[in-house]
Design a protein around this ligand. Sequence first.
Ligand SMILES: [Ca+2]
Length: 211
Amino acid sequence: MKGFWVGLVLAIAGSSSVFTAPASGFTFKSDITGADMVGMEIEVGFLDGSSELAIWQVTGADSGSAIGTDWNLSVNGDTLSAPWDLSYTGDGAIRSLYIDTSLGNAVFDWVFLPELTPETGSGNDFVSSSGTKPNVLSYNNFVGNFGDIFTLLKVYWYDGITKSETPFTFSIDTDGIERLDPDPEPVPEPTATLGILGALVLGTVSLRKKK
Ligand SMILES: [Ca+2]
């Protein structure tokens, strides 16, 4: 009898996966510019252990920027080809650069071809064209199942880069992302499932007590 109840509970618990969001709940736009990523979070870390966060904003028809106290990250044009520029005017050195695109409704797309995630077009892997090359490059928070798009880029320099080593210029593609239904209606079934589960667990307990 005990085996029957355990099997039933597991079967119903398994069925709750029906209510999880589908992986295809996004739409993409491949040709975005520096002006299309408002809200993105940029964090610069310094060699002395301090850091500063700045939010991406529009600075022109196709350009955007995150402006810190002594630093500035900017893009002017389509990120498939337009470079990102990190400038620094302070003392000391920048040790890390984090770019989190998630609040800017954007994703990085590092695979040139083929297009893996539908609607993202071709991509562009991280390449630095001026300034000191970073020691560590890290792609994080992948979206979907294709391995080409992600939302958090981390760049590190072991010894940091000073103002004389900037602007640090690099390229990497970004695409726009939107949820197909950003405000879905609440789904009541999981609560009902929990109620059934609770009743079954109680039923199981009462059965065991009767033994
Ligand atoms: Ca792309």
